[in-house]
Design a protein around this ligand. Structure first.
Ligand SMILES: [Zn+2]
Length: 218
């Protein structure tokens, strides 16, 4: 059983890799935001407590989030866990250690999908889709065969997502760094951090994560 923290900025393919680990290895993804919404909706004991706090407009405490994670681990017959969005502080990291230890588990790795920011900007800002059939293209990596004409349906109208601009990408990267800054050095000191180049193909990233989880030296 492997318990990992998966880190990566938006656009690094974290969601894709987490979905793969769940499907192939029977791991569960414990995404704090989703878990809170689910627990509130399901009316679990911790969910009810969280609902009360949120109704007062307050932030959900570390203790509630820890209890929520504990509740989920106890209810699940998983073969490992992927933590996403928690911990974000050293205090939360220590809380996670305790709640894992209480269940005879431990954190095995912190896997970071590393990206080159300029390359990520280039990838994301070049994306566009056909307005008629939704076919996906990219200015640099997958242009239409005839400029301005969809390969698939012949339409000449295309769409770009307003979020796919340089400023948004750089702001998200800065937010990501601010979130991971408090915990990466903590786990680095423990020798748990492994970096995978998130700019590779989905399959190559997956193969490297597998190698880490299977204990093969890279
Ligand atoms: Zn089209």
């Amino acid at each position: 059983m492997m318990n990992i923290i998966l880190l990566g900025p938006p656009g690094a393919g974290k969601g894709t890799q987490a979905a793969r680990l769940q499907a192939n290895r029977g791991m569960i993804q414990l995404s704090t935001g989703d878990m809170l919404r689910e627990a509130v909706a399901a009316g679990t004991p911790v969910g009810l407590k969280a609902k009360e706090v949120m109704a007062r407009g307050e932030l959900v405490s570390d203790a509630i989030v820890s209890a929520l994670i504990g509740e989920r681990l106890d209810a699940s017959a998983d073969k490992g866990a992927i933590f996403d969005g928690f911990p974000r502080t050293k205090h939360q990291a220590a809380a996670l250690e305790i709640l894992l230890a209480e269940r005879g588990r431990r954190l095995d790795y912190v896997i970071e999908l590393a990206v080159d920011e300029d390359e990520l900007v280039k990838r994301i800002t070049g994306r566009f889709t056909c307005a008629a059939c939704g076919a996906g293209y990219h200015d640099a990596f997958r242009p239409t065969k005839t400029p301005g004409v969809c390969d698939n349906c012949g339409s000449t109208e295309f769409k770009r997502r307003p979020d796919d601009n340089e400023q948004t990408v750089r702001t998200r990267m800065a937010e990501y760094r601010a979130k991971t800054q408090p915990i990466l050095p903590y786990y680095e000191a423990k020798g748990l951090v492994r970096r995978v180049d998130g700019m590779q193909s989905v399959d190559d990233v997956a193969a490297q994560i597998d190698a880490i989880l299977d204990g093969q030296t890279l």
